[in-house]
Design a protein around this ligand. Structure first.
Ligand code: SF4
Length: 374
């Protein structure tokens, strides 16, 4: 991000918005120039700030950023007209040792259900067909206001209309506490059978060092419960390679977990000490070359498993919602009930259409199909 800012032509004014100014303001001052800085989700405050910067003022508006919550009902310009992204809460209840997001986002603040429903209704009236329910930890939605994620999902699904819902990342610890109700809420056909459950490491000792309050056995129990009910579930998880104290044996445990659980998607990241985090002060740092090696070994394994998982969809026939323009000309990406991306070809504009397709080919990150009925 900072390197991008360095390339902004000198005649242009810069307002840095989001987590960065709260997490690393000193580095921002040292390495770049900017006329304004504002925290995440400034809401309609941004209009006032932009006007002041245009008028020649230097505006640093970072106070209260960890407590603010802009109205969900502000007008929106969507990058993708089919997808409505609804942040249902800000902040989280965690204190993970590597995380700096928590400095910028603060403690959990959930939007009331009626405001989320109102947002969803406005989006549907604008032509949205797919909602992404997002948060730093979606599973802790409502804990500060006496509500819960399953109750929210049931309320959203009760809105009339043909739409789908993708539930965002949920931490295993918080998911365990709502598991029974969540599985029930996921029965609704509108909810994609897609579970993003970041495990971060396959080793209990490393999880303790990371201050992630769950065990590998608990993570596996959530996955098993979901797979027992939704056998064709898409499972996504995240792994950090080379956290301080991750021994070779601990890393092997991560490989074993991935082999056993076989996630469809694994977001692999290399550990990097964020300023002011407890992890930045930890001893037993892993050399950068070893972190790189581990991430390469893990990535190779995850791609092999992703391909194996996707091969199982060859021959599948069913409905997709086209929610994305493809990378190559005349290609479109649709999602089936398990949120699997299926690429189809057509010269017509298919965005937002529901089609019947048959999967013919599989790749590690997507499937290819032909349209049977559209
Ligand atoms: S990693 Fe997620 S749950 Fe943990 S402190 Fe950061 S935002 Fe919160």
């Amino acid at each position: 991000m900072i390197s991008l800012l360095k390339h902004v032509p000198s005649g242009k004014k810069i307002i840095v918005a989001g987590c960065l100014p709260l997490i690393n303001f000193d580095r921002l001052v040292k390495e770049t120039r900017f006329e304004g800085a504002v925290g995440p989700a400034p809401g309609d405050k941004i209009v006032h700030i932009v006007n002041r910067v245009i008028a020649g003022e230097r505006v640093i508006a970072l106070e209260n950023a960890q407590h603010s919550m802009p109205s969900l009902l502000l007008p929106r310009i969507r990058v993708n007209p089919i997808i409505g992204i609804i942040p249902v809460s800000y902040g989280c209840l965690g204190s993970c040792a590597y995380c700096c997001v928590v400095f910028a986002r603060g403690k959990l603040r959930s939007y009331p259900i009626h405001e989320i429903i109102e947002r969803a209704r406005l989006d549907l009236a604008d032509g949205v067909k797919e909602f992404w329910i997002t948060s730093q930890d979606t599973a802790c939605y409502g804990k500060d206001i006496g509500s819960s994620l399953p109750v929210l999902l049931e309320s959203i699904c009760a809105i009339n209309g043909a739409f789908n819902v993708r539930v965002g990342m949920m931490n295993p610890h918080m998911t365990l506490g709502i598991l029974k109700e969540l599985l029930k809420a996921f029965e609704n056909e509108k909810i994609f059978k897609f579970l993003h459950l970041p495990v971060q490491s396959g080793d209990d000792d490393v999880l303790k060092l990371m201050r992630r309050p769950y065990t590998i056995a608990e993570f596996k129990s959530i996955v098993e419960a979901f797979k027992a009910k939704f056998p064709r579930l898409t499972l996504a998880t995240d792994i950090i390679c080379g956290f301080p104290g991750e021994t070779e044996e601990a890393f092997e445990n991560t490989l074993k977990l991935i082999e056993e659980v076989k996630p469809d998607i694994v977001n692999v990241s290399k550990f990097f000490a964020r300023p002011r985090t407890p992890a930045a002060k930890m001893s037993y740092k892993i050399p950068a070359s070893e972190i790189k090696r581990r991430s390469e070994v893990l990535t190779e394994l995850t791609l092999k498993i992703s391909l194996e998982r996707n091969m199982q969809w060859i021959g599948w026939e069913g409905e997709i919602l086209v929610d994305e323009i493809g990378m190559v000309r005349d290609s479109w990406v649709g999602r089936n009930f398990a949120y699997k991306p299926i690429v189809v070809k057509s010269e017509s504009n298919l965005l937002g259409k529901r089609l019947r397709v048959k999967v013919e080919k599989a790749f590690p990150t997507y499937l290819e199909g032909k349209i049977i009925l559209g």
